[in-house]
Design a protein around this ligand. Sequence first.
Ligand code: ADP
Ligand code: MG
Length: 247
Amino acid sequence: MIVIALYNLKGGVGKTASCVNFSYLAAKEGYKTLLWDIDPQGATSFYFQAKPKAHPGIKKLISKDADLDAVLMETGYENLDIIPADNSAKSFDIMLDEMRGNKNRLRSVLKQFNGEYDFVFIDCPPGFSALSENIFSAADIVLMPVIPTTLSVRTYNMVKDYFKEKEIDPAKLMCFFTMTDLRKNMHHEIMELLFKDKRFFGNYIPYLSDVEKMGIHKQPIEEFARSGDAARCYRELWTEITEGVLE
Ligand SMILES: Nc1ncnc2c1ncn2[C@@H]1O[C@H](COP(=O)(O)OP(=O)(O)O)[C@@H](O)[C@H]1O
Ligand SMILES: [Mg+2]
């Protein structure tokens, strides 16, 4: 089981869009895939139209007597299950409390899925917290979408420093560019600079309206614009990621 967390300290960088498309592609290739929408904003759950009438609550998942069947939902796509966001503030507080003081709590929660799934994707909220520390510990790969702007370079360095400070294996951190606009010199320059870091995949996701249209279709891109550039870019990037991860 490989745990991939889509993370960035910043919001609005394409974590959710990428999480939805990668998990869909993994499932389509036949991998048993679980998507855990841990961001209380619940955007991933929205894209998969996964909203249980009464959420059993995060408590069911992280308590000692965890009841996985109560929290897992089907997405309607073969091989792809989801744990929808539990967007009550109270549940989020409970989860944070659980994780404060134990950075391995999430890892032991995820152990319950060992053998059941080939891939677990986690759609993370932005920021540093007890939750992010738990996510970094539990994930095999912290996959970070980066928009090539100066502010993003700063955030990228902050995340690297955080890994150092918390003694997290820096090899876990893998990055790719999103929302690139190659008409902009700055995007070119920053990509060239950061590619030297060897932490970035060669494939990247340009700024493309098909990605935005996921919100209208409430589907992964592959389902409504398979022959377009956005779908192709996500497929090629996913192939590059799996080549790096599955060998
Ligand atoms: N490559 C892209 N091209 C155009 N729009 C994008 C792209 N990636 C994401 N978006 C849009 O940008 C917004 C933020 O993306 P999202 O995936 O929700 O970011 P995050 O989860 O990091 O907050 C959404 O409206 C999404 O549709
Ligand atoms: Mg998001």
